[in-house]
Design a protein around this ligand. Structure first.
Ligand code: PRE
Length: 257
């Protein structure tokens, strides 16, 4: 998939190949995070005192990193959506003129707050031991940032999936968008067979990557709970990707149709 070549971006098999590759990144990021305990204070507003910042320690790191990445023009790339869009500086590198592949204001669809919410409240408790290690607060929070960023990129890729599906079913989808038929759109973008494949593949990946091939398999050797990774996709990642797809399509009506 090459964002400078729209035909490659709108090819559903290329999009799915990119989603499959992102599974590896997400599983490895979760494995890294699972090395540390839950670290509850890193997610609480004021849990760690930060001068002039009204948020959690993880929020602060995320925002600081996004400021640097924005300078490197990360958020000009069509597949990157920041968590702190209002706080970001202009890039220091010259702009790249990406040909438009999505409707004019695709970043209006932003479910990052929702992603942060399920990640902190559901995923971290399901993959990490209870407790806090003061000396590793920085390390675990940097892992959180990687997890959040990779989940956000995956889920917001729903916009490309939706546009690609729209282009192949323009007439029916236009009618549904005009009628604000969310259930119809939800059904139109759903492919249950693909979802089953995603979950089966993910279980295999989490089991395989989560164990050192040189060690004999025992529950204690596992670096991440494969069932928790699958549950995360089943309960959050796929449903939110679908929500992004439907929301993207609904916005499309106002922008172009
Ligand atoms: O591959 C697709 O067609 C997608 O829309 C992506 C995805 C997913 O999140 O993995 C979401 C909805 C479909 O039901 C199948 C899979």
């Amino acid at each position: 998939m090459d964002f400078l070549r729209p035909d490659t971006v709108m090819d559903l098999s290329n999009i799915r190949a990119a989603l499959i590759r992102m599974e590896d990144t997400i599983v490895f990021n979760l494995i890294e995070r699972a090395k540390f305990p839950r670290q509850p204070s890193s997610y609480q507003k004021g849990g760690i005192a930060i001068p002039d910042f009204d948020g959690s320690f993880v929020d602060w790191i995320l925002r600081e990193e996004e400021i640097v990445h924005a300078k490197l023009r990360r958020y000009q790339s069509p597949d990157e959506i920041p968590f702190f869009p209002d706080d970001l500086p202009e890039p220091i590198l010259p702009p790249i003129s990406y040909p438009p592949v999505l409707y004019p204001h695709p970043n209006k669809v932003n479910v990052n707050d929702h992603i942060k919410d399920f990640y902190v409240n559901d995923i971290v408790p399901s993959i990490c031991q209870d407790g806090e290690q003061e000396e590793n607060l920085g390390s675990s929070s940097l892992c959180d940032v990687e997890c959040l960023r990779s989940l956000s990129r995956r889920i917001h890729f729903g916009r490309f999936v939706a546009e690609s599906k729209f282009l192949t079913e323009r007439e029916t989808m236009t009618a549904m968008i005009k009628a604000k038929d969310m259930a119809g759109l939800g059904a139109a973008i759903t492919n249950s067979a693909v979802e089953k494949q995603v979950l089966a593949r993910l279980k295999k990946k989490a089991e395989t990557y989560g164990i050192d091939p040189n060690l004999k398999s025992s529950p204690n050797d596992k670096k991440v709970d494969a069932d928790a990774v699958v549950a995360m996709y089943e309960n959050w990642v796929i449903p939110l990707t679908k929500e992004v797809e439907v929301e993207y399509l609904l916005h499309r009506l106002h922008e172009e149709v």
